[in-house]
Design a protein around this ligand. Structure first.
Ligand SMILES: Cc1ncc(CO)c(N)n1
Length: 218
């Protein structure tokens, strides 16, 4: 069994729970409050910028030159999506200031950056994989179960259910499988743990947005 196949079985429950989260079901139905989506979008803009930085760092550490190239392209892609958020979604939803990182985003990004910086490169790759894979699966799920014609969040759904994103996701999975294959059982276990942690943090990112979770103000 491939590392990715085994590891996915470890997050299947988390993934099923994500599909049932109010953020996801309401986004899918088009009934998610606009203020909730705006909070999510502002946080996601910050997320994507720093996700791009973490991808670049893993790219710089990769052994295989093709993997270096792939991660640099992923990083570019994350920053291009961030720009698209700013150019279109922010304007569509009347958002001007993205503000500062709130707890869920802060936790996730700092986990990604510290894993990318301090752990083995394979573990960094595995930590970054749910950002691709879970979004693709959630995007496809929402796309297939859509009932609303004029969903205000249609563009978001298209971003993650389209085939171009699907190809990138498959490439990221393949790179992780090849890296796992070349590594040791100990590293593979750390890869799995990092993948599980990031999957939980994906859940928490949506949960934090749904509940408008912010730092205390003193
Ligand atoms: C929190 C989060 N994870 C993954 C993606 C997709 O790359 C995103 N836009 N935001």
């Amino acid at each position: 069994m491939k590392w990715s196949e085994y590891t996915w079985t470890q997050v299947e429950h988390c993934y099923q729970a994500i599909l049932e989260m109010p953020f996801i079901t309401e986004l899918s139905a088009g009934t998610l409050p606009v203020e909730t989506f705006k909070f999510y979008m502002a946080q996601d803009s910050l997320y994507l910028e720093h996700f791009g930085r973490a991808l670049s760092l893993v790219g710089a550490k990769a052994y295989d030159i093709q993997d270096v190239l792939a991660f640099i392209r992923f990083a570019e892609g994350a920053i291009v999506v961030e720009n698209a958020l700013h150019e279109t979604y922010f304007k569509d939803f009347g958002l001007t200031d993205r503000g500062t990182m709130q707890p869920a985003c802060h936790h996730y990004i700092h986990f990604l950056k510290s894993t990318a910086a301090f752990d083995a490169v394979e573990v960094g790759m595995a930590a970054l994989l749910p950002c691709f894979w879970i979004y693709k699966k959630v995007g496809d799920h929402i796309f297939q179960n859509q009932e609303t014609v004029n969903n205000p969040y249609k563009k978001w759904i298209q971003t993650y259910s389209n085939e171009d994103f699907g190809a990138l996701v498959q490439q990221a999975i393949n790179i992780c499988d090849a890296a796992a294959e070349r590594s040791t059982p100990e590293i593979r276990e750390r890869m799995t743990q990092a993948f599980i942690t990031s999957s939980h943090l994906e859940f928490d990112f949506w949960q934090g947005a749904y509940h408008n979770r912010k730092w205390n103000v003193f």
